[in-house]
Design a binder for this molecule. Structure first.
Ligand code: AHM
Ligand code: MG
Length: 336
């Protein structure tokens, strides 16, 4: 029988054998994984568990919250606040930061998450997920402030997501490549199913919400037009399209077989740089994609080098197969 490697064992080896992560970070990642397991069980219950539908409230960005958005947010906070690994958390679903109450021991890390990404897919039984990102709290001052969270993505010490699909899969990087763990429901543990994930540099598959085409900027329109022209056009090959409307599921496909994902700036809301959030979505996904040999930009610059200016900052996102992302980025930079 081949030996199965659990997430716990993988993390212990990262700590002990490779010296890549401190014990406190290892324990934090175990807690996040446990929370994802709980969220996965709620997702699976669906109509049987009173978890479907709208919660009748809005988040700070004015988006209607689903019951599962709130449940997942609470699960992540409850699981993480008492362990002594964290100083504070920030979530797409909360207006301000959540400082670990002083009745619990304080840790040195900051955790950011989108508790339930792809909310529009919850009620229609399509893949959704949790995205997370971990930073060290800056040293030199007591307590923790919102400013401590405004670090560029290149300072992340761990990032990942858990996709709740036909399988529940946790995907993780601590800066040493990307590993995937599938939840074994009988054992109740995540088991390593792919290590050293690599994204092919070229692709024939793009992901973008085509219904926004008339609002796009010229470089995005040019890139997609060229893909659509197929073998007759300048690219000389036919492209396929996928759009799941859950970033976790689209990124998971790209990590599995390549492709390019775009949620660009568009003219619907010209003052917003994009729809997706820098801290909870673009940074963790950008780092995972880079760690797998891909690239991630906002159309002009590397996402991980962007200095955030506010907690819920939005950003345009172009990520995936390296040569395609570089092409889209070059089209933008030619324009400006
Ligand atoms: P959410 O975090 O509120 O679920 O929103 C983010 C999601 C992404 O997962 C997905 O890529 C995008 O929104 C889909 O947007 P659209 O419905 O405009 O295609
Ligand atoms: Mg999201």
């Amino acid at each position: 029988m081949s030996k199965q490697i659990s997430l716990s064992r993988y993390l212990v080896e990262q700590q002990r054998v490779d010296g890549l992560i401190p014990a406190q970070l290892r324990l934090l990642l175990e807690v996040v994984a446990r929370a994802c397991k709980r969220i996965s069980y709620s997702v699976n219950k669906g109509e049987l568990g009173d978890v479907m539908g709208s919660a009748g409230s809005e988040n700070v960005q004015g988006e209607v919250q689903k019951k599962l958005d709130i449940i997942a947010n609470e699960v992540l906070i409850d699981a993480n606040e008492w362990g002594g690994h964290l100083a504070a958390m920030a979530s797409e679903e909360m207006e301000g930061i959540y400082v670990v109450p002083n009745r619990y021991p304080q840790g040195e890390y900051l955790l950011m998450f989108d508790p339930l990404d792809g909310s529009s897919n919850i009620d229609v039984n399509v893949s959704i997920g949790t995205i997370f990102s971990v930073f060290k709290k800056p040293e030199g001052h007591p307590g923790v402030t919102e400013q401590d969270f405004l670090q560029p993505g290149n300072q992340q010490v761990a990032a990942g997501y858990c996709v709740y699909g036909p399988q529940t899969t946790l995907v993780l990087t601590v800066g040493d490549g990307v590993a995937m763990f599938t939840l074994d429901r009988e054992l109740g543990s995540f088991v390593l199913t792919r290590d050293n994930v690599r994204i092919p540099e070229d692709t024939k598959e793009f992901a973008i919400n085509m219904s926004n085409m008339r609002h796009w900027d010229a470089p995005v329109k040019r890139y997609i037009d060229e893909c659509l022209a197929g073998t007759q056009g300048p690219r000389g090959k036919d492209f396929n399209m996928r759009w799941i409307a859950s970033m976790v599921a689209d990124v998971h496909r790209i990590l599995s077989r390549g492709g390019i994902f775009m949620y660009p700036w568009d003219q619907r809301e010209p003052n917003k740089p994009g729809k997706l959030r820098l801290l909870y979505e673009a940074n963790p996904m950008g780092w995972l994609v880079e760690q797998a040999g891909g690239a991630a930009t906002n159309g002009r610059q590397r996402i991980l080098d962007i200095q955030p200016t506010k907690l819920h900052e939005r950003v345009a996102v172009v990520l995936g197969s390296k040569n395609e992302v570089e092409r889209v980025t070059a089209y933008h930079n030619e324009q400006s």
